[in-house]
Structure formats: structure tokens, C-alpha cells
Design a protein around this ligand. Structure first.
Ligand code: HEM
Length: 407
């Protein structure tokens, strides 16, 4: 059996996630093992299987079946009408997919809706910082997470980053809505569709000669990889708020964590890998995120595209230097250098000088010289970012990709 057939057999048998349990642990060249204890997870205990060898044992075989039966496009079309968490599924879906979605759309038993309500309040009050951080810290950081950068670049969406970001921003937007996981909200739908998309990527990328040549793995998007990205979002944002001395009440902090814990579960991560506290999250991130950050040709290219996203609006005259300076300011010199982002002569010193006082002024209601101008600059910048992310006003629908990046 050749390599691709072996992978396909594993996928169609739904056996991917059992690999770790069967002792197919890290390959000999792997330099680290999973040492984070499940005692610090929302589950409180676990089987101790290395999540680098866990994928999505529920979604993967179902999506594999859709590809085998040539049903992906038809299913995407039908699912475009499914937008609300509590909405009945449209008719015409294959039975196995319907069963999967009915199960996957349920929030975990440990969901605390009071905490989710608090998280919404927090999102509203801290929207400016969260928006800047999701874009400038998490978004740009994704380009120096090597496995993610390669997967995104060589998958279909890698050729149209604006569309991809609009879809990803939908998740970032939905998680901050009041009714995110309530029947009239959209976040459960977004997560389930993302799970299906990820399963599609697991089917498609192994068929890409470009991805195979670049990636040191057989199957992308393991549960460990999802947690790495989870940390680039939730944990990084939480850490930056502390670093920037943005006051965050304990109940806000716990609520914000909870919204991301539920989201981790809804994206198909086992509860035994989802941290129960920020302390545990910081520990896990120190093990799985910080050490793996590195430049790749794919990531450098994606970062370059991200910096140019404002070009249709301002010819990149203002947006590119501001985005670049923000990236250097939030992620530091090393990452900015990796991504060939120059230090900006105007914007970098401006941020270094005014961003922290701007936060203090905002938090205390104080005015200081330049605060109005700085506020306007940041406000204007965010307004533009929203314009870009809103996908030119078109409704955003997450779909299972049908091909890899055409190249
Ligand atoms: C697609 C979110 C982890 C690679 C998507 C989409 C969302 C999303 C919302 C749909 C957007 C689209 O179709 O373009 C997330 C979140 C993650 C996560 C919230 C973790 C918390 C990962 C990881 C990888 C990855 C770890 C790779 C190692 C991809 C790829 C696509 C995708 C390749 C499809 C792009 C395409 O072909 O269109 N993800 N993702 N994601 N994600 Fe993730």
C-alpha cells in the first residue's frame, strides 16, 4: 500500500484518532513529547494520548465519505442555508452528515451560559483591544506557526487571503456576540462548519505535492495543532492585556476563558487538552506555542499579503506601515524581522510612545497631549479593518474546500 492509500485507509476507517492510543506515538525525529497533564484540563483527567496523533474521529470519516461519493459541492450548497444554532437542518443532507452535525452542534454539558453572557459584556467593553489583538497579535502570529502557515498557504484559501480572513473573522466576530451559543446565535454553526472544513483540508492537503514537499507531517490539523492556534488567539490575547496593563476583572477573565474553552470543544478538541485555567493555559502555551514559532517561506508570503489587505482602500499608503508597525509592536522585533517587516520611522515610535499612555487615558478618562489624535488614528484604522473584513458586505459562508491551492 503506498503512502497516500495508507492515509486514505486510515481516514476512511475513522481510525485516525486511535493512532495515538495504539502506540503510534511521535516519530523518531520528533524533538518533543506532549507532557502537559490532563489534570489541568476542563476534563480533569485523560487517557494521556499525544494529541499530535489525534485528528477528528467524528468529522474525518464523514467528510471522507462526502468526497468519495462526490457530494461535497451539493452539501456546501445545502448547508449555506443553515446559519442559526437552533435552526433545523435543511433537507437533503446525507444521513451520516446529518447525524454528525446534530451531535456536533450541541454545546458541552459544562457550558455555563451566565459566564458566556459575562464574556459578551467583556467583548463589548474591550472590543477595541480585542480587535487589535486578534488582528495584530493572533492573525500575524499565525504566519509564524509553521504547520498552520504551510496548511493555509497550500490549501484553497491560500490563494484568496481576503476571503479566508473574512471567514476566519466571522468566527472572531461570532464568539463575541451576545447569543453566540444560544439558539438564535451563529457560533455553533460556525464551529461545526469549521470542523467540516478542517476535515476537508485533512483529505485534500495530503494530495498536494507542494504541501507534501514542504510539510514534515502526513496529515494536517491535529488536535495539538488546534490547541497551538487556540493559544495564539485566547492565551496570547489574555497575556497581552496583562502586559498592556488593561484592567481585567477576575470574573471577566474567567468568562473570556470559558468562551474559548467552549469553542475549543466545539472545534472538536477533546476536553482533556483544553486548559481549565489561565495558569494552565500559560503552561501549555509555553510548551506548545512559544518554542515552535519560526519563519517559513509560506508564512512570510502570507504576512506580506496580510499587510497589503488595506491596499484597495488606501493604496497601502497608510494601512501597510500602520499594520507593520503594530505587528512589530505587539509581536516583537524577532517575529517582525522573520517576516521582513521593517521598523517604521513614523508609526513605530508613535506606538511605542503613545499606545500605553493611550490605554491609561482611555481607562482613566484622562486626556494627555496627543491622545485625541492617537485615538482617532486607532479608531480609523479599526474602521478600515472592519470594512476589509466584512467581505464587501457579502454574507460570509464557511464551506468545505473541494480543491487545494491552484498553482
Ligand atoms: C479553515 C478557524 C486551527 C488550517 C478555517 C476556517 C475557520 C478556521 C473559521 C474557515 C475559513 C475558511 O474556510 O477559510 C480555526 C480556529 C482554529 C483553527 C479557530 C483553532 C483554534 C487551524 C490549524 C490549522 C488550520 C491548527 C493548520 C495547522 C486551516 C485551513 C483552512 C482552515 C488550511 C481552510 C482554508 C481553505 O482552504 O479555504 N479555520 N482554525 N486551522 N483552517 Fe483553521
Amino acid at each position: 500500500m503506498d503512502e497516500l492509500s495508507r492515509r486514505k485507509a486510515l481516514l476512511s476507517g475513522g481510525a485516525l484518532s486511535a493512532l495515538g492510543a495504539l502506540g503510534f506515538t511521535a516519530p523518531a525525529h520528533a524533538s518533543r513529547t506532549w507532557t502537559w497533564s490532563a489534570q489541568g484540563s476542563v476534563a480533569g483527567s485523560g487517557a494521556g494520548v499525544d494529541p499530535r496523533w489525534m485528528w477528528d474521529e467524528e468529522a474525518d470519516p464523514v467528510v471522507e465519505g462526502l468526497f468519495e461519493r462526490g457530494e461535497v459541492s451539493r452539501v456546501n450548497e445545502i448547508l449555506s442555508a443553515w446559519t442559526k444554532n437552533g435552526q433545523p437542518l435543511p433537507d437533503g443532507l446525507p444521513a451520516d452528515l446529518r447525524d454528525f452535525i446534530e451531535h456536533a452542534r450541541q454545546v458541552p454539558a459544562w457550558t455555563d451560559f451566565d459566564k458566556l453572557g459575562q464574556a459578551y459584556d467583556f467583548n463589548e467593553r474591550r472590543g477595541l483591544y480585542l480587535g487589535v489583538l486578534y488582528g495584530m497579535a493572533s492573525g500575524m502570529m499565525s504566519t509564524v506557526i509553521p504547520k498552520e502557515a504551510r496548511a493555509v498557504y497550500h490549501s484553497y484559501g491560500g490563494a484568496n487571503m481576503k476571503d479566508r480572513i473574512a471567514k476566519t473573522a466571522k468566527l472572531g466576530y461570532d464568539i463575541g456576540t451576545r447569543n453566540a451559543y444560544s439558539p438564535d446565535g451563529e457560533m455553533a454553526v460556525t464551529c461545526v462548519k469549521t470542523r467540516l472544513t478542517h476535515a476537508g483540508v485533512r483529505h485534500l492537503l495530503p494530495q498536494s505535492p507542494h504541501w507534501n514537499a514542504a510539510a514534515p507531517e502526513d496529515i494536517p490539523i491535529s488536535q495539538a495543532d488546534i490547541m497551538v492556534t487556540w493559544h495564539s488567539l485566547a492565551t496570547t490575547v489574555r497575556q497581552k492585556l496583562t502586559e498592556w496593563e488593561v484592567p481585567v476583572a477576575p470574573e471577566d477573565s474567567a468568562a473570556y476563558l470559558h468562551s474559548w474553552q467552549v469553542t475549543g470543544h466545539m472545534l472538536g478538541v477533546s476536553d482533556e487538552y483544553i486548559p481549565a485555567s489561565w495558569e494552565e493555559a500559560n503552561n501549555q502555551a509555553a510548551q506548545v506555542l512559544t518554542p515552535i514559532l519560526a519563519p517559513t517561506p509560506e508564512g512570510v508570503n502570507l504576512a506580506d499579503i496580510l499587510l497589503d489587505l488595506g491596499a484597495p482602500i488606501d493604496g497601502a499608503l497608510l494601512s501597510r506601515p500602520v499594520l507593520g508597525a503594530f505587528t512589530r509592536y505587539t509581536l516583537g522585533d524577532q517575529i517582525a524581522d522573520w517576516l521582513s517587516i521593517p521598523r517604521e520611522p513614523v508609526w513605530s515610535p508613535l506606538l511605542e510612545t503613545f499606545w500605553r499612555p493611550f490605554i491609561i487615558a482611555r481607562e482613566t478618562g484622562l486626556n494627555f497631549p496627543g491622545s485625541q489624535e492617537t485615538y482617532f488614528l486607532f479608531d480609523e484604522f479599526l474602521r478600515k479593518a472592519v470594512l476589509i473584513y466584512l467581505n464587501d458586505g457579502k454574507p460570509i459562508n464557511i464551506e468545505i474546500p473541494t480543491t487545494n491551492r491552484p498553482s
